[in-house]
Design a protein around this ligand. Sequence first.
Ligand code: NAD
Ligand code: MN
Length: 823
Amino acid sequence: MSVLELFESMEYGPAPEAAESALQWLAQRQPFDLFINNRRVKPASGQYLETINPATGKVLARVAAGNAADVDAAVAAARRAFPGWSKTPGHVRARYLYAIARHIQKHARLLAVLETLDNGKPIRETRDIDIPLVARHFYYHAGWAQLMESELAGYEPLGVVGQIIPWNFPLLMLAWKVAPALAMGNTVVLKPARYTPLTAMKFAEIVEEIGLPPGVVNIVTGEAGQVGEALVRHPDVNKIAFTGSTEVGRAIRQATAGSGKRLSLELGGKSPFVVFEDADLDSVVEGVVDAIWFNQGQVCCAGSRLLVQESIAERLVAKVRARMEKLRVGDPLDKAIDIGAIVSESQLREIRRLVERGVEEGAQLWQPSTACPREGYFFPPTLFTNVAPAMTIAQVEIFGPVLVTMTFRTPEEAVTLANNTRYGLAASVWSENINLALDVAARLQAGTVWINATNLFDASCGFGGYRESGFGREGGKEGLYEYIRPRWEGAGGRAGRRRGLAEASASGEHKAQSGNGHAEHGSNGLALAGSEVFADLAGRMPPIDRTPKLFIGGRQVRPDSGYSLPVRDPQGMVIGQVGAGNRKDIRNAVEAAHAARSWRGASPHQRAQVLFYIAENLAAREQEFALRLVQQTGRAYTDAAAEVQAAIARLFSYAAWCDKFEGSIHRPPLRGLVLAVREPVGVIGMACPDEFPLLGFLSLVAPALAMGNTLVVIPSPQAPLSATDCYQVFETSDVPAGAVNIVTGEREPLVQVLAEHEDVEAVWYFGSAEGSKRVELAAASNMKRTWVNYGHPRDWLDPVQGEGEEFLREATQVKNIWVPYGE
Ligand code: NAD
Ligand code: MN
């Protein structure tokens, strides 16, 4: 070809990255065994699986097919390593993590090529995005290891963590899992995805090279049904961290229910990419390319729904099509390729099936005229127009290079359309009007929102879902809490706690022990006077009958059943009646909680005022509330008065926290800021503990309200009157109608309705072990967040156990809003 011809055609020449070194590396080492205790261990089955290069369909290497016996061995190794590793000083752990980061950088080229070979994604991406982000993740968490002792005092690691990752970002997902786990002092058993184990094999080599103590990181390859399930069910695993499909996430939620295993789930998405008419359309086009053709669209947060303001839809679609004509699909090792291969034949089949479905349902399919390679698993970039919101392709995650387009007229409609999905992983908003963009960002239900940008990631910025995209965060400080627990909740703390609580919760035997430790919280002259009043009243006057109803939508309403339940004192005497709430009452309460939107929109200052006011009104009726506790529990008056005092103090705490539990501003390596905003979870259903009928109730209600949630509360069935007495306190304290709804009755059937309810975002449950399990199981239906106590009581009087950040974190979810600077 002459220079002139070249100049005229401007054709790309081939620009392949050499694969020889990587292939040689594979040839020398394969077949790959399991990695346990820093040793290569043959799989118990004696079998190996093949991993292929999806760009050619050819076998790259053979990798051990682990099974349950191998998982046992790996978990045992991790367990043995845990005491030593968890006691290793933070600075020393930081050195190890730093060494990993450095070694990732040293082997960056090999890792990038291996990843491209195994996964099929363009070398441009593995080289410039995946691997640098992996290194960054280890650097960032080396820092947290260093700072753990000072910044996370009072917390301890969980123990052995089982980590299960998908194939779309094999080494990056490994880093997102392993780095925070190790930084916080946990040990790890990792299962790579079936199709993409190779970079994890190189990672094992790095673990050895840097001399990480044996057993701290163990890697078990194999099939999901063998290794994954065994890990999930293993009794000696303290936590499962999973990234993958919502379907498998739901199965894992069910399999771990009631086991006490901590769980974080990073699941699928169908993220909206919202374009307003004043957006810079040329930037938008490049954004679309990054949103849906990055990694062949096999990205959990892919902007797979293009929502365009009607006035510019035609123009934008024309521009997108013109750009699609220029996208180059082909050999992922070619540095000038935009779109590589789909990870596997079955994934390719699934994409085809969904695309055919789109055509059948009447959407308009468009693909560029450029060709795909015939060999290997390729799929062209695809655009659907004429899409209706209810179509399969508009609702289901395709996980391929397929974009669906819909239009809207107003910002209101854009928000509705964007939120019309069961997912909530990410979103991006395009507009030159900053007011509009930020307003829409605040209203999108998603864990990450990019403004005039898309698919940006950084270790400092937490990542994770709202709704059925899962719960828990990876990255940022918030991600660390997935790998630690308050020290008092750990094995050491628990024994002592049980002892302390034996006294407090054994109601009835309490009368005699006014001298126990709790009195110090509120023993004063007032308490004494109160007990005299009580002695004076006792037995002399018939009580005035007060039969509380339910409290729904700010009004006291009769229970749907028309029945009441007796409330008895410890001697068995009937001291009152409460409404017997049922399924219908709960549903009404959930509706009322949803309608109470004004509370979500209230400023932190307004919420603080309301909480202070509740405290003030409670204080005005201190003696009455103390007497009520005496009556229900038989405890000494001083003891009861101390509980009321503690409840007032607790309300003050959360009034204080309202405007102090704030988000943060991250500075990832880009010109711009990331606003980490703490948003309320939504409607929280809660079942209150029996111990401390007033304090237990308010310890849950106050933080949830403080953070802007609206609530459906089931008080202790044993002692519900302290909660129902609060109706009047709430009514006189400017709590908006519907912000707190209270349904009395039997705890278990009522909380079941909440846990199954599709419109409840989280359930808090403080009751039995079996009840905890039922809640976790039922919550899998819409992947709602749960916070349960597995039957372990806590000492609600102790501020370490009964209040603070743990409650505030459960009451919030972090949304990261990326705001790049510049034109
Ligand atoms: P997948 O759910 O099939 O598999 C994920 C991992 O879980 C794999 O390692 C697999 O072997 C294992 N696994 C499968 N069944 C299991 C079981 N019953 N018990 C234990 N482990 C099991 O998902 P995939 O096809 O590998 O990945 C694609 C999905 O992952 C997409 O839905 C995507 O949205 C999601 N994803 C989410 C994120 C995120 O951060 N939210 C990131 C990447 C991918
Ligand atoms: Mn592969």
